[in-house]
Design a protein around this ligand. Sequence first.
Ligand code: ATP
Length: 314
Amino acid sequence: DPDILVAGEALVDFLPDRSGPLREIEGFSRRAGGAPANVAIALARLGERPWFLSNLSTDAFGEFLADTLAAEGITDRFLTRDQEHRTTLAFVAHDADADRSFSFYRTATADQHIDPGVVDDDALVTVSWVVLGGVALASEPARSRLLDFAERAREHGCTIVLDPNRRPELWADTATYERVLGDALALTDVCKISEEDLAGTRFADESPDVLLDAGPHTVVSTCGADGAHVVAGEDAPWGPAEYEHGGYAVKPTDTTGAGDAFLAGVLYGLANGERLDETLAFADAVAALTTTEQGAIAALPDREAVAAFRADSE
Ligand code: ATP
């Protein structure tokens, strides 16, 4: 059985066929998305088949997501199907400053009704890593259910991994986000963050101690083209450590999902007992490769492709 369980939303991203404000875009490409779905697919490509816990609508977009996950070899044991709620849609625009913005169509959607109750204790004892993303924590009932699930998983000895993956469009205000982030961090062992995840909150600080004091023993930060950084505290099972990796030079086409590919690389390294510095380099390589094509999953590599790319780059 898989020893990594990824929980959270699968949704459909509509990527614009050109840059400009959303109101002017006529053409879009449909892509499977949702950070947890991207992480699960990235792990599957690396040969590390995870469980994926999610709730998929039975509408046409939910069928498309179910087909996509099945084609990637992800088992549907913890994928519930929902006739009452529709699939979340996210329309993406690249504004003049090349920043990505999202317009979410997410009223009463299936992903907000995820049910971790389907993961029985017998299954949970076989899982070592539970991965949560912040989008699923933005609304109820998914928020409470997933935080309760994280607590139950911890009691079973699972390591909890969190990517806050902040989308300001989904949060009422910064105070709410900060409070929920604090609750989630208290249950987290390994946290993956970017600068935007923390901006304007009490966790934004030059020193990683603020985050290490909030719960996690290990904090991995991404810095776009400049690569990534990891800090582990005294209580980390791999011992205290700090490493940086400067990233890999590629010609990026689209960085959608780069953070998710990166997190999959981190999980792959940690779950296979790799050293932290090697894990960071591996994750940077997986993420760099995935920026070379449009969409979050098109260019996700397998292990051989990562090895070949690293051999060429070093
Ligand atoms: P999100 O996917 O939500 O934007 P994020 O903010 O973590 O997540 P980035 O910091 O942009 O994403 O990128 C994550 C990782 O992807 C980086 O740590 C790096 O390894 C890789 N990466 C991103 N952009 C580039 C780039 N232009 N060239 C090479 N690697 C990149």
